[in-house]
Design a protein around this ligand. Structure first.
Ligand SMILES: Cc1cc2nc3c(=O)[nH]c(=O)nc-3n(C[C@H](O)[C@H](O)[C@H](O)COP(=O)(O)OP(=O)(O)OC[C@H]3O[C@@H](n4cnc5c(N)ncnc54)[C@H](O)[C@@H]3O)c2cc1C
Length: 274
């Protein structure tokens, strides 16, 4: 196969990245760890006019804590997040399920959120944690709740020239969390992240539809873990035809993951980040 030609830039600052992305509009593709993008370029699924490499960009690879918020640069590798002492235990648990060590050594948190896989462990977990993304463009910076980030499967609400620069994860002291996943030969998986945070029960589901889903408080109120598991079956509406997992089986995966996560979170003592 003949190579598909595209221009390549490896800017050193966020401002330079934004300038190139603005100039190329939807024709530019950001290269973070390349774990998804390189395969897309190889298979011609993506044919950008410009690839903008984030490798040299200063400031995207830092992890800091500021006033109870963990701020993870978009270019920090999944492995580095997994090994960071301030990463919440539930996020570490989710990361351990993403690909394998070589992919996590290169793949980034920002790249996973931008990719927006509705089955992805990281989107579901940061949704439960009420995370935000910092976004930059030539028009300036804005902060977006991850609940508003995904507009559909593998689609985000970002403009074509916007760059995720960091992910903000709140670290409330009085929270406890549980991550549970059930999969069908790794081809189809349902994830439930349950938590008790600031006096409120939280449940996020992945692999149940076109994007990760935050379950309404009303569905959780006064119900046993088994009853919530049963109720979430109705929320499972696959994004499209699935050659691997039937809708009925996916509903079963979501139900059992939900029940297990809620049992765990309701029976653990209120400690987190350990
Ligand atoms: C073998 C294998 C197994 C995997 N298994 C899993 C799995 O089990 N679960 C899972 O969730 N994922 C899995 N992945 C995907 C993996 O998590 C990738 O890390 C993820 O897709 C992001 O990759 P990346 O950071 O290298 O981003 P890239 O591949 O470089 O980019 C991915 C997309 O995001 C865009 N992008 C990247 N960074 C930014 C940014 N800062 N701002 C705006 N847009 C950006 C790119 O333009 C591109 O469209 C797997 C990948 C491989 C190769």
């Amino acid at each position: 196969m003949r190579p598909v030609p595209f221009d390549y830039a490896d800017p050193a600052t966020v401002a330079e990245v934004c300038e190139v992305m603005h100039r190329y509009g939807g024709e530019a593709a950001v290269l973070a760890g390349g774990q998804t993008l390189v395969a897309q370029l190889n298979s011609r699924v993506r044919r950008p006019a410009m690839v903008v490499d984030l490798r040299r960009v200063a400031g995207l690879r830092e992890v800091t804590v500021d006033r109870g918020i963990l701020i993870i640069g978009a270019g920090v590798t999944q492995r580095a997040v997994e090994q960071h002492p301030d990463t919440p235990a539930v996020l570490r648990e989710a990361l351990a399920r993403v690909g394998h060590v070589p992919t996590r050594n290169r793949g980034t948190l920002g790249g996973s959120l931008a990719f927006g896989d509705p089955q992805g462990e990281l989107p579901t977990t940061v949704l439960a944690l009420d995370a935000r993304v910092r976004v930059a463009s030539v028009r300036g910076e804005r902060v977006l709740a991850v609940a508003d980030l995904w507009s559909g499967p593998f689609r985000t609400a970002l403009a074509s020239d916007e760059l995720i620069t960091a992910v903000e994860v709140p670290l409330p002291e009085d929270s406890r969390w549980a991550f549970e996943q059930r999969d069908f030969r790794r081809h189809g998986k349902a994830t439930a992240v349950a938590g008790f945070s600031s006096g409120r029960l939280v449940l996020a589901l992945g692999g149940v539809g076109t994007r990760p889903l935050l379950v309404d408080d009303e569905l959780l109120a006064g119900r046993s873990p088994e009853a919530v598991g049963s109720a979430v079956r109705e929320l499972v509406v696959p994004a499209g035809p699935d050659p691997y997992v039937s809708t009925g089986h996916r509903r079963q995966l979501a139900a059992t993951a939900t029940t297990a996560a809620l049992h765990r979170v309701l029976t653990t003592t209120p400690v987190e980040n350990s």
